[in-house]
Design a protein around this ligand. Structure first.
Ligand SMILES: NC(=O)c1ccc[n+]([C@@H]2O[C@H](COP(=O)([O-])OP(=O)(O)OC[C@H]3O[C@@H](n4cnc5c(N)ncnc54)[C@H](O)[C@@H]3O)[C@@H](O)[C@H]2O)c1
Ligand SMILES: O=C(O)C(=O)C[C@]1(C(=O)O)C=C[C@@H](O)C=C1
Length: 393
């Protein structure tokens, strides 16, 4: 396909390998100062890069600047790199503007689809040797600069889609940007990327929306019972519809193929449940078998989701601690955990809908739970040990 740059290690699969920072990016322009653009800008500014911000919406630019993401004036001479973080349908147009204005010597975008922006840039006559497509596999269900986080990309895969026309310097700058954001580069071609994200990102978004849509007309007394299971499934249903329309528009056929397979599984599951609800001796056993097989396949698929830093999912034990709903309570708990010397790998908080309390689930390395639970109990915390270890994706 193309020759990877020699100076910076290029990885086909995510690992937590260290990167050399070659110091190529001294200045950058971030176009689109929403969630992703501002998060990137905060990373760059945090590494001493001179960051210039541009957004079609003045408020967005001003807010990002006030957060310390960069300055609002344009660079006096072309910046080393423009990071284009606008909706996917506008990427080609913004690449063309950056090149026509001489705003930066190289451009990369971060859009969630890769074939469309490349096609648009080509159609608009952009110099593709200095443009590169990319997609950080990290985000939030929130938009805008106020949702930005410098740590958003830490340990996450960040896809790069260079073509045979991409210049080595452009690729090196993109790799350096990914390194500065603490992410892990994964090289793919644009079509391969779009097929992969149809399964791991675009279909999950639709499933979340479909499930959440079921709640629209549900009885308030039903919705009130929502627990963590539902919240985990529907979190991304809160995402901005306009952005997702743009993404799905650019990958519609591929996503429809994945949904066809899912629809077949749904139909089979409905049949299995109908059989299971029939009187004994009329196919109940077969229905139960097919349902059990689906649940087993779910376990197997879940187990394939990589853990932190792209490693195989690690199994952790968990300790659940009851905390009161008062200022400083969580900080006091974490300080007490810290005092025991046990490293917390993940924290989940389940709020009680009725009481002024919550259940904090601390995931810790397997084997450390008995000592941790005893130490916390000794400090007055109400503690429950979970029966089963849970993998952290
Ligand atoms: N949201 C996510 O989780 C996520 C994750 C990875 C990649 N992405 C991709 O990142 C890009 C940005 O997404 P976001 O979530 O940050 O969106 P956002 O809505 O938070 O920010 C987009 C910003 O682009 C600005 N903008 C629109 N048109 C512009 C133009 N012509 N010139 C300058 N600014 C313009 C908007 O005013 C807005 O501030 C999208 O391409 C998206 O597909 C999003
Ligand atoms: O976790 C979220 O809220 C996301 O937005 C994540 C997510 C994803 O599906 O992984 C969504 C779309 C982006 O293109 C990249 C990341």
């Amino acid at each position: 396909m193309f020759e990877p740059a020699t100076e910076v290690p290029v990885l086909r699969t995510p690992t937590a390998a260290p990167y050399r920072y070659a110091g190529r990016i001294r200045s950058a322009v971030v176009v689109g100062t929403g969630l992703i653009g501002t998060s990137v800008a905060l990373c760059l500014a945090g590494h001493g890069v001179q960051v210039h911000l541009r957004d079609a919406d003045d408020d967005s630019g001003r807010t990002a600047s006030a957060l310390g993401a960069g300055r609002l004036d344009p660079p006096a001479e072309p910046a080393d790199l423009a990071v284009v973080a606008v909706p996917p349908a506008l990427v080609g147009q913004v690449f063309a503007e950056v090149q026509q204005e001489g705003l930066a010597r190289h451009c990369m975008d971060v859009a969630s689809v890769k074939r469309g922006p490349l096609r648009d840039a080509e159609a608009l006559g952009c110099d593709l040797s200095s443009c590169i497509g990319s997609h950080p596999m990290a985000g939030r269900e929130l938009s805008g600069p106020l949702a930005a986080q410098a740590a958003l990309f830490k340990g996450r895969p960040w896809v790069l889609t260079p073509t045979e026309r991409t210049g080595t310097e452009t690729l090196n700058l993109a790799l350096e940007l990914i390194a500065l954001c603490g992410a892990v580069p994964v090289l793919m071609d644009a079509a391969e990327h779009d097929r992969a994200v149809a399964l791991v990102s675009h279909t999950p978004q639709l499933v979340a929306s479909l499930m959440a849509a079921r709640l629209e007309t549900a009885e308030p007394s039903t919705v009130r019972l929502a627990g963590q299971g539902l919240r985990d499934v529907v979190r991304t249903a809160a995402s901005a519809p306009a952005m997702w329309m743009d993404i799905l528009d650019a990958n519609a056929g591929v996503v429809a193929d994945v949904l066809d397979d899912l629809a077949a599984d749904l139909t089979a599951t409905v049949r299995a449940l109908r059989d299971l609800s029939a009187p004994p001796g009329t196919g109940r056993a077969a229905g139960a078998g097919r349902l059990a097989d689906l649940l087993r396949r779910g376990n197997a698929g879940h187990g394939r989701i990589p853990g932190k830093h792209g490693e195989a999912a690690t199994r952790y034990d968990s300790v659940a601690v009851l905390i009161g709903d008062q200022p400083g309570e969580l900080a006091r708990l974490l300080a007490d955990v810290g005092a025991t010397g046990v490293n917390v790998e993940d924290v989940k908080i389940e709020h009680s809908p009725r009481d002024a309390s919550g259940l904090v689930e601390l995931s810790v390395t397997s084997g450390t739970t008995p000592g941790l639970a005893a130490a916390l109990q000794a400090r007055g915390w109400g503690v429950r040990l979970a029966d089963a270890a849970s993998p952290i994706p």
